[in-house]
Design a protein around this ligand. Structure first.
Ligand code: C2E
Ligand code: CA
Ligand code: CA
Ligand code: CA
Length: 277
């Protein structure tokens, strides 16, 4: 029989067919779920080394009526491949802005540093900046309270356009963060060329701090960032020793299960760090 190339798909592989079917149903359901209000937001605290609340990252969840909670890792990629990410992204900004309005009306002390993840496909949309501009006006949002978290993927594909957008967003007052730094093909040119405010050091580095080379690398990244006037957020901090190690390097902002898991909006505003000792 003829050998099959690595990229070819066997036509009647039942396992693969199931996978394709479930992906197709996910696609279809995703489109309806936006209309039906099955998405909601959680907020994960960002803190100082001693657990003071400095801000929060918005993390989306899909409460599927049958399958239960679906994690974003699973559906964001589907939304990106199908183009639904634009609608979802639009919903996301609206949901965060509406939440801010609720907090304001309740006169509670919400963190004035709310990070929102922006998918690369959302960002390349030619009307991304314009739509966001309209939304902040409509919801009366102060952009300096919002951090847009961007990933490297595609960011330098069209450098001129990217820079133009980033400068516009910054001129409007938004803060810009580079997410997941240290994964993929992070290159220092991102730090050199892009107008950024914050660098988020990926969990994979934080997990591996006991390896001397990783430790040195993270230390160097923190130093470079501070020299470039970038704030550093260390992600996925799960243990106190990690906080102490990173604090010694000069890191002042942390996010991870050691401090808090993603929380509901009303829990966030009352949240206080209670060390588990
Ligand atoms: P991310 O932007 O890197 O978000 C951080 C992820 O790490 C979150 O997972 C968070 O719950 C998890 N995490 C935080 N601290 C710890 C820790 O100490 N230990 C462990 N094991 N995990 C920790 P989540 O919420 O499942 O989100 C996964 C990814 O999905 C996010 O990674 C982001 O890329 C994407 N995502 C989430 N919400 C959104 C959204 O609203 N829009 C877009 N475009 N993407 C989103
Ligand atoms: Ca993020
Ligand atoms: Ca991240
Ligand atoms: Ca990530």
């Amino acid at each position: 029989a003829k050998q099959q190339g690595p990229g070819s798909i066997r036509r009647f592989d039942p396992a693969l067919q199931t996978l394709l079917d479930s992906r197709q149903s996910l696609e279809k359901e995703l489109a309806d779920s936006i209309k039906e209000g099955q998405f909601f937001l959680l907020f994960q605290p960002q803190t100082s080394a001693d657990g003071q609340l400095l801000g929060a990252e918005t993390l989306i969840r899909w409460a599927h009526p049958v399958k239960g909670m679906i994690r974003p890792d699973l559906f964001i990629s589907v939304a990106e491949e199908t183009g639904l990410i634009r609608q979802l992204g639009q919903w996301l900004f609206e949901a965060v802005f509406r939440q801010i309005q609720i907090w304001r009306r309740q006169k509670v002390n919400y963190p004035h540093h709310l990070a929102i993840n922006v998918s690369p496909l959302q960002f390349v949309d030619p009307s991304f900046v314009e739509n966001l501009q309209k939304q902040v006006l409509y919801y009366d949002i102060e952009p300096s309270e919002i951090v847009l978290e961007l990933v490297e993927t595609g960011l330098l594909d069209n450098k001129h356009e990217t820079l133009d957008k980033l400068h516009k967003l910054r001129a409007m007052g938004f803060k810009l963060a580079l997410d997941d730094f240290g994964t993929g093909y992070s290159s220092l040119s991102y730090l050199k060329d892009l107008p950024l405010d914050i660098l988020k050091i990926d969990k994979s580095f934080v997990d591996d701090l006991q390896t001397p080379s990783t430790l040195k690398l993270v230390h160097a990244i923190v130093d470079i960032s501070h020299n470039l006037n970038l704030d550093v957020v260390c992600e996925g901090v799960e243990h106190k020793w990690q906080v102490n190690t990173l604090k010694e390097m000069g890191c002042r902002r942390f996010q991870g299960y050691y401090f808090a898991r993603p929380l509901q909006a009303d829990t966030l505003v009352d949240w206080q760090f209670a060390p588990a000792e």
